[in-house]
Design a protein around this ligand. Sequence first.
Ligand SMILES: Cc1cc2nc3c(=O)[nH]c(=O)nc-3n(C[C@H](O)[C@H](O)[C@H](O)COP(=O)(O)OP(=O)(O)OC[C@H]3O[C@@H](n4cnc5c(N)ncnc54)[C@H](O)[C@@H]3O)c2cc1C
Length: 343
Amino acid sequence: MSDSYRLLQPADLRPRNTFGVAAHARRLIEVLDAAALPQALAALDGDTRPLVIGGGSNLLFAGDTVDALAIIDARRSVVSDDGERVVVRAAAGADWHGFVLWTLAQELGGMENLALIPGTVGAAPIQNIGAYGVEVGEHVVAVEAFDQDTRNFVRLDAEACRFGYRDSVFKQMPDRWIVTAVEFSLHRFAEPVLDYAGLRDVLAARGITAPRPLDVAEAVIDIRRSKLPDPALIGNAGSFFKNPIVSAAQAAALVAAHAGIPVFAVDEGLRKLSAAWLIDRCGWKGHRDGDAGVAPGHALVLVNHGNAQGTELLGLARRIAASVQMRFGVALEPEPKIVGAAW
Ligand SMILES: Cc1cc2nc3c(=O)[nH]c(=O)nc-3n(C[C@H](O)[C@H](O)[C@H](O)COP(=O)(O)OP(=O)(O)OC[C@H]3O[C@@H](n4cnc5c(N)ncnc54)[C@H](O)[C@@H]3O)c2cc1C
């Protein structure tokens, strides 16, 4: 044990996942100072690499984990400021929404569309969190991490992070890096991104014609609160499925066969479909199997009505994906990391 980390054994993970399902780790190590990661990992000295846990808002525990590790360091600072562009750094353990509010308090633009996403700064680059037309990767300067393959601290620039839709090098090579901090590029005079459905309308209804980043964030927060179930009230992990990407030819065939199917251009040969629309058409909205269910207001959100087990939620997710595959010939992929079972 040291001042830089503390070991809990065993650890109850139920309060550490927003689905609120029961799970345990044989050992959980909380790292207060990322510089001590090599010593903390040596203290675990396990056969398998620990599961890194942030806020647990993108995890589904379908079983226990042997070891888990959480970065507690939450420091934030300004790295450089040229009067227009401001680079800020936040440690992995910082609460994401708290960090966004901190940038807004300094009248910095860039993060406002990503307000109210649960979780930590360290997890944000993992799936390249995105909302309301913005992905975090657009603002990442560099990710600082501990490389468990080489046992070195490294700094990956945005290109090395290979950000894509809900994707990054950290998802492509899971369990390799432990993110310790992220640097973001923000701007004092950023043009707001208002293309996403509903955002402009909310601002217009408030009589705001030249919105500041804070105005956009407040609109995003209100829209999110009206649409998404609050994990503090009912267990969930936000959208459970990614929007599927299909070929333009498959999308054209789907449009011909299914009136009203929404299709979004990705690039010349690829199209994005709405997973929510596909699931809704299969009749799942509001469905409930015991305590595992689909939110009544949002077909993409699986919910724990109380005491659902992770395996029950996973079983429901598999049945949903099978029905979408059967009716539309489209494969759905889960967005959260599934622990203790394969998809
Ligand atoms: C109500 C709700 C709404 C949501 N809305 C959105 C949304 O709009 N857009 C969106 O993109 N996501 C959304 N999410 C999903 C989730 O909030 C994000 O993916 C978030 O970044 C997860 O952060 P976390 O700290 O909770 O990560 P966790 O759930 O703890 O972990 C998620 C993954 O990241 C890994 N990880 C966590 N921290 C680290 C680290 N320091 N180093 C290496 N790996 C790490 C974990 O091992 C795991 O694989 C939503 C979730 C909920 C519950």
